[in-house]
Design a protein around this ligand. Structure first.
Ligand code: AHR
Length: 503
């Protein structure tokens, strides 16, 4: 494939927040994930230092919390103050201790050096509860909630800038689901109250690439919003826990991802909001989380509470199967890099994305008592965060090799090579993905108005497309070449994610 680029052909400027992450009160993301006071890695605040260091290593820019489905019945006031009375979590059908609440989340973000992003309860909650949360976090000392924060040991406001109204309230699976008409009104009234507390916050609202939902939401509340929140999980779990094979995953890396962005772009354009509202893809992962028998409780006759074998074995224990590290292979790395390339290619619109989640479940970091496992997708964030530049250049591509899907994939076709070029005014960095499961692919890069002299390649790969990392087993990692003369042609190994530094 031949690629021609010019430093004058600029797509836009990448926002670092597309390398953000998500943490929910589900399974071992919080308790046993980032927060584990009994762990030998715990610091003075109970956070696992091996985890916080891994999050710093990928320059985490923003973390969204506390949910996800969890938030739609979460009352933030139960998670602050000296006394934390446990609640029954109706979303995930477990007990929530509330030992980790708003103040602990802010402490975690300060430790990592990232922005906190709070998703509010628009399921059972209301405009007043949401705006009270903004009072608690962002007012200096006015009113009862700011005074509560001070009494809880935080004299200075937390200054939380990013707030989302609701999580997936469009879906029947969500507690407190709404229809499009209800949703527009609730977002409008919640936004009004939250902005009256702190007009400087940036507001997002739960959305879906659907015309009716968005037209209603944007007509009713568009003038109050800075972001529209959409989510995406592609690897099906309908066939149980067995992950899709590598080739099926690759077929998700084209229109399946870009289509959702293009549809939202069209809605924003239709309402003249494309310059005002950006996309926060604030939950995305190749793989949906595994939690059978939780949301669909139609077979109520055999499901009961914690005193029942079915509950323990078929509801709770099933969640441990998210922790099988062999599920997460180079397919996850190639898909994640393709997703981020799509965000970069649409960097004028997609300016936040949160990998869902970052610790445990389907995350990039797996914790166990004696350490952590960095799954293949972790290294994508490490490469993109540490080597890509901020200006995204347009590319002219010729002879683009494609892979097509079989009938079961509706004959889908995706490009085998996926590449983004970035620039900082002096040096270039390309993110080049070879999705081919077996064959090396050659690219030929030409600069229309520059003569770079040398290059260095960071290659994320493993011995096969199904390579993975596990406790005591490291098959996937990054190798980096020496600086060599830049001659334009580069051979990309099969199933690899590469950052090519060019100067
Ligand atoms: O499977 C986890 C859930 O996926 C999140 O809680 C929710 O936001 C999304 O539907």
């Amino acid at each position: 494939m031949k690629i021609i680029c010019s430093k004058k052909q600029i797509v836009g400027y990448a926002d670092r927040k597309i390398l953000g992450h998500f943490l929910e009160h589900f399974h071992r993301q919080i308790y046993g994930g980032v927060f584990d006071p009994a762990s030998k890695f715990a610091d003075e605040d109970g956070f696992r230092e091996d985890v916080t260091e891994a999050l710093k290593r990928i320059k985490t820019p923003v973390i969204r919390w506390p949910g996800g489905c969890y938030v739609s019945a979460y009352h933030w006031k139960h998670g602050v103050g000296k006394e934390r009375i446990p609640d029954y979590d109706k979303a995930w059908r477990v007990e929530e201790s509330h030992r980790f609440g708003t103040d602990e989340f802010v402490k975690l973000c300060r430790k990592i050096g990232c922005e906190p992003y709070i998703c509010t309860n628009a399921g059972t909650g209301n405009a007043e509860e949401m705006s009270d949360w903004v009072e608690y976090c962002n007012l200096g000392e006015m009113g009862r909630f700011a005074k509560q924060r001070i009494a809880n040991g935080f004299p200075e406001p937390h200054k939380i800038r990013y707030w989302s109204i609701g999580n997936e309230n469009w879906g029947g699976h969500e507690i407190g689901a709404k229809d499009a008409a209800e949703w527009g009104k609730l977002v409008r009234e919640s936004a009004k109250m939250m902005l009256r507390v702190d007009p400087t916050i940036e507001l997002s609202a739960a959305s879906i690439p659907d015309l009716d939902w968005n037209l209603n939401l944007l007509r009713e509340a568009g003038k109050y919003l800075d972001w529209i929140s959409i989510h995406g999980y592609w690897g099906n779990t309908e066939n149980g826990l067995i992950p899709e094979d590598y080739n099926s995953v690759i077929l998700h890396t084209g229109e399946d991802i870009s289509g959702s962005v293009n549809r939202v772009r069209a809605y924003l354009k239709a309402l003249g909001l494309e310059k005002k509202i950006k996309i926060a893809y604030d939950e995305w992962n190749l793989r949906g989380w595994w939690h059978p028998n939780t949301i669909d409780i139609s077979n109520r006759k055999i499901q009961r509470r914690e005193d029942d074998t079915f509950y323990r074995e078929k509801v709770i224990a099933e969640r441990d199967k998210n922790d099988i590290n062999s599920i997460y292979t180079m397919a996850d790395a190639v898909f994640s890099a393709s997703f981020l390339n799509t965000c970069l290619g649409n960097c004028d619109l997609v300016q936040m994305a949160c990998f869902s989640p970052i610790v445990n479940t389907r995350g990039a970091i797996f914790t166990y008592p004696d350490g952590i496992v960095l799954r293949p997708q972790y290294f994508v964030f490490e490469l993109y965060a540490n080597y890509l530049k901020n200006t995204v250049l347009d590319l002219w591509k010729e002879d683009v090799p494609k892979v097509s899907g079989n009938v079961s994939n509706e004959g889908k076709t995706v490009d085998i090579i996926d590449m983004i070029m970035t620039f900082d005014g002096k040096e270039y960095a390309a993110a080049a993905i070879n999705k081919d499961p077996e064959k090396e692919q050659r690219i030929d890069i030409r600069f229309f108005d520059d003569m770079p002299r040398e290059m260095r390649i960071h290659t994320l790969n493993g011995p096969s497309c199904n390579a993975y990392n596990d406790v005591g087993k490291t098959q996937v990692g990054v190798t980096v070449s020496e600086w060599t003369v830049f001659q334009g042609t580069i051979d990309l190994p099969a199933h690899s994610v590469n950052i090519v530094e060019i100067r």
